[in-house]
Design a protein around this ligand. Sequence first.
Ligand code: HEC
Ligand code: HEC
Ligand code: HEC
Length: 421
Amino acid sequence: MTAGKPYLVWPVVLFGALSVLSACATRPEAEKTRMAPLELEKPASAAPWVRYKGWPSEMWNEYSTLAVAVPSTLSDPIKFDGPITGDPKNGEKLAFDRSRGGGCVACHVMGNPIPPLPGNTGPDLSEYASWGRSDEFTFNYIYDHRKIKPDSMMQPWGAHKLYSANEIKDMVAFLKTQKSPAKFKDNLENPNTRPVPVETRDNFDPFLNEAMAAVEKGKGLFSKEGAGKKSCASCHTDPGSAFKAWAASMPKHEPRLNKVIGVEEFVTRHARATTGEEYLMQSGGNLALSIYLRFLANGQPINVNTASAEHKQAIKRGTALLNRKIGQLDMSCADCHTAERGANKWIRGQWLGEFRGQIDHFPTWRTSRSEIWDITKRLQWCNVSVRANELWPGAPEYGDIELTISALNNGMKLSVPGIRH
Ligand code: HEC
Ligand code: HEC
Ligand code: HEC
């Protein structure tokens, strides 16, 4: 109870009940319905936000993010007299180059031999020479497809400076050599027969899921006294029953902040206003308490409000964000996670899931990284992986997206902490 705004918030809690009886006409919203005390002034995450260590450090300031839509200049199609000449060998090398935005093979089967684990989010181009396209069309499609097919999930490779015009000419020359059906070593290499990954590990087995330790840690923190000699347990004596369904109803629009907040930001702000403990978003303590609070609601169907005016608006904003093309790779969430587009297909060796099924297990233990990721960190990674600057964890855009995806997951049962690759 030391920081920022407690003067205003604190008496509200103590005298909340009283105020309902007395002069409630001029009282602010928070007093009417015993709202949870929240600290409202300070940022809930490290500020200024700095990207995680070990993540790509590049910044993509000239491209759109979830917060800022940078209008893109579309390139006019370039005219060519006659066939395009280029170096097909170099074109092949470039098309396979993973350092250039993932390489064409992330989405297309092509080449002879085909490089390991091609994806199938785009069509098989191994017989592209027989598609009857002009060189000019192929060049312009690769350089900037947006004047030809605006809704494609392909990258505007030339316009977004991933390849030069001469390099694209080499790739056109390479594609003209693609004349025979792809030959795969085995079923694993063929993205159309590769077995779909199914997560079968028991996420509640502490020997498999290291995030189970966070449940115990969170439980411990719940009883830890802060500077004011109060712990969470001082006010919430029976969290198991008090919070049996709470986490399944999150995230929620918070009128005092005028944005949607999830469990993680609630923990930061509520702790500041009550025990005085500092649990910045993305800190170990925040993850532990957030996992513990969700653990108490395990088995409950996700049940976010989709009816209130604020939530309807937030879901509208969230839906627009899911469809916004962002980053140097110019991709939207929907490009990778809706069935009409990339979902239920392979992007190189990664199987793309649909939004439904994506949120019931967060925070999740990521075995490939030996880290717990909450939903915000996952969203940040999905930003950086299309070369878009991520936002800070408390960004309102992430709240809108979390609510929108949660609404698509309503009815699915919470199972936290999850475990994923
Ligand atoms: C993120 C997935 C993705 C990546 C990466 C990708 N493509 Fe595509 N590509 C597609 C999809 C999807 C289509 C199908 C048509 C469409 O929606 O654009 C396509 C279509 C094409 C076509 C066919 C156009 C036509 O109709 O004749 C060509 C040629 C092509 N891509 C070349 C490339 C090249 C070269 C690269 C690498 C520089 C590449 N693609 C990388 C997704 C991708
Ligand atoms: C000084 C008392 C106090 C302390 C300490 C306290 N809380 Fe609360 N908490 C409240 C009040 C008041 C509410 C409003 C709802 C209610 O009456 O239960 C609340 C609500 C909640 C809710 C439900 C939120 C909602 O919107 O209904 C959760 C979850 C919660 N607290 C968790 C915690 C955690 C975790 C801690 C420790 C970091 C903590 N509380 C510490 C007083 C406290
Ligand atoms: C280039 C493709 C791509 C784009 C674009 C993309 N993601 Fe992802 N996303 C992935 C991959 C790959 C995974 C890991 C495999 C999986 O679970 O689908 C993933 C995982 C996720 C998960 C966790 C799924 C789980 O079950 O653990 C969520 C949630 C998610 N993405 C949301 C988003 C949102 C929201 C956006 C837009 C801001 C987005 N993604 C953009 C590729 C993408």
